[in-house]
Write a protein that binds this ligand. Structure first.
Ligand SMILES: [Mg+2]
Length: 407
């Protein structure tokens, strides 16, 4: 098995961009925050602040307590995208970039002689030199080389900042044993708990699992199979997006064949589809909605959004789309909606806009509450405009008392 990929991962990217642009902030602990408020949380943390115990997600007041004098830089998403483009161009001058994985990560295929470890390391060093030359000293990267993208990424994570690590196929699996199981892409806190329930707490135990056992833990044979082969160092193509759409339609009962009634049902269908989207781990890039009227008229419209999976954004888009419907076509009979252009979560880049990220987190929190307390325990109320609709007076009237801060 050859070394097929080189993976570039920028170190503490947002924080580094801020220090790149603000020389006076260099060599100081720094966090990036969504808004200049002490109640918000850090979305990026540089290494000096990390060394003092500050983490991504730490509240700003806590960062200031752990690290007096820490610089709190307000996030500038547009700037991060601008520099991202420069980085991709700089890497591309050394080796073609096969796939941009996220704002600060990209994978490059190694071909022919490039697969020799010494040659791959040369390329990695040339990338570092090119980044230094075109963007200066502050924006460093860790580079990993491995037999597939996942292992190259894991190699890159082994040394930060400014690392260069090669995982050779013949070093598998031993080279992976010192890792925590959460160091593997795809094993977050929730999946870690599942592994624990199956008695798997170390990477050694993880790597000894048979494919069938892995499928049981994972809850998905397709994902487990792919992962199993990746861990062996095989190159497995990305999972195809088998699922193309998530959608629902509903024939309106007579009482709901009104503008408010049909709107209320549509809002409910959007809530349902978005929850489904999140539960299967997909992000959608477009939504179509449609209406059929009792007189036979049909109408539909569609919108594209940057890929997202939170209910709020699709509801906001829906609000605009709904205004385009014909108002002289008689009573509505049926409503339908579909989310399309789906991407698996691992292929989607989370939004750079902090508010959008919070909205996604909020949607996931709502899912958790709804799983625990019943389907309709919480949903978005006022923004939907459906609050006047008779069949849907749900909004926030029976939200269980939950205080996430103390839970
Ligand atoms: Mg990074």
């Amino acid at each position: 098995m050859p070394l097929r990929y080189l993976f570039v991962d920028m170190n503490a990217y947002f924080a580094s961009v801020e220090q790149h642009d603000h020389p006076e902030w260099r060599n100081r602990p720094l966090v990036v925050v969504p808004v200049e408020a002490r109640t918000s949380s850090c979305i990026a943390v540089n290494y000096l602040a990390k060394a003092r115990g500050v983490r991504v997600g730490s509240p700003v007041w806590e960062a200031e307590k752990l690290c007096p004098g820490v610089v709190c830089a307000p996030a500038r998403p547009e700037r991060y995208v601008e520099i991202h483009k420069e980085i991709v161009r700089a890497v591309g001058r050394c080796i073609p970039v096969t796939k941009v994985m996220s704002i600060d990560e990209m994978a490059c295929s190694l071909l022919g002689a490039e697969r020799e470890p010494a040659k791959a390391e040369d390329i990695a060093r040339s990338i570092k030199a090119e980044l230094r030359h075109s963007l200066g000293e502050v924006l460093t990267c860790s580079i990993g080389v491995g037999p597939n993208v996942m292992l190259a990424k894991i190699a890159g994570d082994m040394k930060k900042p400014d690392g260069l690590t090669v995982i050779r196929p013949e070093e598998l699996p031993d080279r992976l044993y010192p890792l925590k199981i959460t160091d593997f892409p795809g094993i977050g806190p929730r999946m870690e708990k599942r592994f624990h329930r199956y008695g798997v707490t170390t990477t050694r135990e993880l790597l000894q699992l048979k494919e069938s056992a892995l499928a049981r833990v994972w809850g998905s044979r397709v994902h487990a199979e792919r992962w199993f082969h990746l861990l062996q160092g095989e190159d497995v193509p990305d999972l195809p997006t088998r699922r193309r759409t998530v959608g629902h339609s509903h024939v309106l009962p007579p009482a709901q064949r009104t503008p408010d009634g049909s709107r209320a049902v549509m809002v409910r269908l959007i809530h349902k589809a978005c929850a489904r989207l999140r539960s299967i781990g997909y992000w959608a890039g477009a939504m179509a909605i449609g209406l059929r009227f009792t007189e036979g008229v049909k109408w539909h419209t569609a919108r594209q959004l940057p890929h997202c999976q939170d209910t709020l954004q699709w509801l906001l888009a829906f609000g605009e789309m709904w205004d385009e419907r014909p108002t002289d076509a008689g009573p509505p009979l049926q409503v339908w909606m579909t989310l399309t252009d789906l991407k698996p979560a691992e292929a989607a880049t989370p939004s750079l806009i902090p508010q959008e990220r919070q909205a996604t987190a909020l949607s996931h929190a709502m899912d958790a509450i709804n799983r625990k307390f019943g389907k309709h325990a919480v949903r978005f109320g006022g923004i939907s405009g459906a609050e006047g609709a008779a069949p849907m007076r749900i909004p926030f009237n029976h939200i269980p008392k939950i205080n996430p801060a103390t839970n």
